[in-house]
Design a protein around this ligand. Structure first.
Ligand SMILES: Nc1ncnc2c1ncn2[C@@H]1O[C@H](COP(=O)(O)OP(=O)(O)OP(=O)(O)O)[C@@H](O)[C@H]1O
Length: 605
């Protein structure tokens, strides 16, 4: 088989595997009520676990309202059928719209809340919704619940919960969920949600609004939870509020963590693990809690990343070593050296001169004046160094330019447009990108995915196109992959493109962060100590990349303690000390000034 045939064959296997499994399970359980029941319940549990895996596993949001959202989907669909006589299909659609909309509304006021407060907010919402449902008896049946639930029908065929037909209905929705999750996983949406888990600053630094990413996570998971709820009601034929209790949340959490939070196959493994444990504890009724508890402990402790994580590591062990831990060579394997000139050539085109102007800027943290009345300018086509002893205010000055810290006084503008007050992601979109003092990379993504994240942000096809995996989004992904690969190739990292960034040495992580920024094709690149953690050789290369960029009309601001790097790369430097600007000019001239030497040596000038 040639390579093309192999690729085609593996794509066919990938797309057919899930439907084939569902059909085999359906045929195998036909005629056995117990196993049919288990299989249908597992299908619904998969949809719900996928919903929680998306928001918690991928996006890192501990959404405690998910079970109530699931319940709301169940009650809404039944209510519409019973009280308004609408069909199951319309009721299902409305239920899903209601649950996803409400989930987005829950997240809306929480845009800037930290993880813990967001979890508390979702808990508060769940408790409030529980109370509302309890007192709205017409909707939820109060403490008694609802016992008359009509069955869906399709072309005259009744799909009664617990019967074979209902299994097929569930299987179709489980399959659609599986496909949707595959789209999320493979597209920019998956990368952006995982980036959100690492903290909002990475997303903002590639031009994506973290608040918007949060809303997408809530909306999608709310939609899936509502779908699972509506199916569950019509499967069980009886629902009450106890069904959507705290116990259910614990079981969901278990399934997600055991299966592997944030892994594509996590929900599949999680649901299977819970099924097996339930069966085991039925058989050994004497020691069921013990088996349950010990099983969970062993799995969680022994398998980082749950069963899916263990499985992935096992697969990696049998993957050819070259792929897993490829040397620092190019994709062609020729062992070429890094090629900074080429990095620059594919990035920046000649453009109009642009200038950032910082005027009388002040930033305070409580009583500390971190930046004190500083005025500087930097333009495209030049490399400007920002130096000074520890605590001089260099990082704070960069943070002020990129919108990361509030300022006390002064002004910052780009070509006359005010930058102060703009959101970080908007400043990135205006052409100013930055790296961080300790590289902000996503350890659980590969090198390639880390770099592609910047392509998803700035000119990405948008969330809807990504989730639906439209032809446009597939084309965009391909282009983005090629550009990211070319950048990695020029930094001699192509051989590691498919490895996880978390497994890489510090120097590689720094280069990945730089590559991600270059992917944004910025007008200005602010580098916060890019030489830290690099070898002497790598530092010289960074200097060369920086110089090459400035020849292509990119403006670089370089913060570093390594004066030989500053000397090699910069046209001029600014020196800060205790928040104040004490010198500026060409590096050699500035380094010779007594005031600068004194600031560095800590003696009076
Ligand atoms: N988030 C913060 N909260 C409180 N104080 C801060 C914060 N960030 C910086 N500072 C203080 O502001 C001053 C300037 O810090 P900054 O990190 O900008 O200096 P720097 O020149 O980048 O130092 P280094 O070279 O060590 O990175 C320091 O006194 C620091 O303690």
């Amino acid at each position: 088989m040639n390579t093309m045939q192999k690729v085609a064959a593996s794509a066919v296997v990938r797309h057919l595997a899930a439907p084939v499994v569902l059909v085999v399970v359906g045929l195998a359980t036909a005629g056995n009520d117990y196993y049919l029941h288990l299989a249908t319940a597992a299908g619904i549990a998969y949809i719900l676990t996928a919903a929680f895996n998306l928001i918690y596993g991928y996006a890192g949001i501990f959404n405690l309202s998910i079970i109530m959202t699931y319940g709301l989907g169940a009650f809404t669909s039944v209510y519409l059928e019973v009280h308004y006589g609408v069909s199951f299909w319309l009721a299902l659609l409305v239920a899903v719209v209601v649950t996803s909309t409400l989930s987005v509304l829950v997240a809306l006021p929480s845009k800037s809340l930290g993880e813990l407060f967001l979890a508390i907010q979702t808990l508060a919402f769940a408790l409030a919704l529980g109370e509302i449902l309890l007192s709205w008896e017409e909707f939820s049946g109060g403490t008694i619940g609802i016992y008359i639930i009509p069955s869906p029908s399709l072309f005259g065929l009744e799909l009664i919960g617990g019967y074979q037909e209902f299994y097929w209905l569930t299987a179709v929705f489980a399959l659609l969920t599986f496909q949707l999750m595959r789209n999320v996983h493979r597209s920019g949406t998956g990368r952006k949600l995982v980036a959100l888990r690492e903290g909002p600053r990475i997303l903002a630094s590639v031009g994506v609004s973290p608040g918007q990413a949060r809303l997408v996570a809530f909306g999608l998971s709310g939609m899936l939870a509502g779908l699972a709820g509506a199916l569950y009601a019509h499967f069980q034929l009886v629902i009450d509020l106890d069904t959507f209790s705290f116990h259910r949340l614990v079981a969901l959490l278990l399934a997600t963590i055991l299966g592997g939070a944030g892994y594509f196959f996590g929900p599949v493994f999680g649901v299977l693990a819970i099924l097996v444990m339930d069966e085991l504890s039925l058989v050994t009724s004497q020691a069921q809690d013990l088996i349950y508890g010990v099983g969970i402990l062993v799995l969680v402790v022994a398998t980082r990343g749950g069963i899916a994580g263990a499985f992935q590591r096992l697969v990696a062990r049998f993957t050819p070593a070259r792929q897993r831990s490829g040397p620092l060579t190019t994709a062609s394997g020729s062992g070429e050296q890094r090629n900074p000139q080429r990095v620059a050539e594919q990035l920046a085109e000649e453009g109009p001169r642009r200038q950032v102007t910082v005027t009388d800027l002040a930033v305070s943290f409580g009583g500390t004046r971190a930046v004190d009345n500083v005025s500087i300018t930097f333009a495209t086509g030049e490399v400007v160094g920002l130096i000074g002893p520890n605590g001089a205010g260099k990082t704070t000055l960069l943070n002020a330019v990129t919108g990361d810290v509030p300022t006390a006084a002064g002004a910052i503008s780009l070509d006359g447009d005010r930058l102060l007050g703009r959101r970080q992601q908007d400043i990135v979109r205006m052409g100013i990108s930055r790296t961080f003092q300790s590289p902000k990379v996503i350890p659980e993504l590969t090198l390639l995915e880390n770099v592609m994240l910047a392509g998803d942000g700035l000119d990405g096809p948008g969330w809807v196109n990504e989730v639906l995996r439209t032809p446009g989004s597939i084309r965009h992904d391909r282009r983005s992959r090629e550009r990211a690969m070319a950048l990695l190739d020029d930094l001699s990292l192509a051989g590691r493109a498919d490895q996880l960034v978390g497994d890489q040495p510090y120097g590689v992580q720094r280069l990945v962060e730089i590559a991600r920024n270059l992917m944004l094709q910025p007008s200005f690149l602010l580098l916060d100590e890019p030489g830290a953690g690099l070898t002497e050789f790598e530092r010289a290369e960074v200097a060369e990349v920086v110089r090459a960029l400035s020849h292509r009309q990119i403006g670089v601001v370089l913060v570093d303690h390594n004066l030989s790097l500053i000397n090699a790369a910069c046209d001029r430097v600014y020196v800060l000390d205790s928040g104040r600007l004490i010198a500026d000019g060409p590096p050699a001239e500035v380094f010779a000034r007594q005031q600068v030497i004194s600031a560095y040596l800590g003696v009076p000038g």
